[in-house]
Design a binder for this molecule. Sequence first.
Ligand SMILES: C[S@@+](CC[C@H](N)C(=O)[O-])C[C@H]1O[C@@H](n2cnc3c(N)ncnc32)[C@H](O)[C@@H]1O
Length: 288
Amino acid sequence: MESADFQDINEAKANMDHIYNQRDPRAYFRELKKLNYSIPDTALPIFRKIIEQVRQKEGDTVHVLDLGCSYGVNAALLKHDLSMEELYTHWGATDLDVTDAQEITARDKEYFNNLENPENIEVVGLDLAENAISFAEDVGLLDDGLAMNLETGRLSAQASEIISSTDLVTSTGCVGYVTEKTFDNILPAVMAGRSPWVANFVLRMFPFDVIEETLADRGYVTEKLEGQTFLQRRFESEDEKEQALDQLRDQGIDPMRAEADGNLVAEFYLSRPKKDVDEMSIEDLLVA
Ligand SMILES: C[S@@+](CC[C@H](N)C(=O)[O-])C[C@H]1O[C@@H](n2cnc3c(N)ncnc32)[C@H](O)[C@@H]1O
């Protein structure tokens, strides 16, 4: 499948672009709470197990590159052990309605600065939404932010340097918006360091095969975690549900119970250098 085909699949999904690039995260969390957006939560235990594997020595900082990071959502969960429920409460409080984005940023800077980072994790976030990236940098959720679209552009030398120490590439809710082009762009830069593991949660309607091939060209082996699926969010409407189920059927995939019941469901793909896969299977890593 060519990357352009993702555009057709994206037509099946409700368009959320209006909440991705506001000056603070209130609209993002208000709208996604209505849909029980939960993939950062459901992904977290998997990310945690993987982080323990990629940490070279106890106490070492783990450097994560989060693709499609938005307002630093995965960073908040990974660094500060927060949950989506806590973030929904934090950014959904009604007394914030009259507050402007600058005040929210100032408040959140203090809030996140006062939280501990017990796991010693640093997160560089990449997203095309400039406002989301600057918010996440300003409040300290991201240690560095890259506001760029690698579907259409190239990594700068400065951005390449920033991601060269990556230990783990992550994404939730992002593949589909990004294709193999983004991975093709980042791989030479991240592989300048230690060939990081690449951990993607991907909606079942987006085939991962072209990204897998792009990673394979650089010596990566991709495994899908079999037998486990991850709730992403509820369908926004009957129409979205029908279109998504049609997409799955068109690709020869039988809708699961959770999908027929009204949910978008993701699967987990882990891509690692071949020698790491030979040492330990994804099941031993994540299921045992
Ligand atoms: C569904 S949100 C997921 C955000 C976050 N990962 C989470 O799970 O809460 C999708 C994100 O992908 C971003 N995005 C869309 N196109 C992109 C691109 N070409 N490159 C990087 N990010 C992109 C959007 O701006 C948005 O922040």
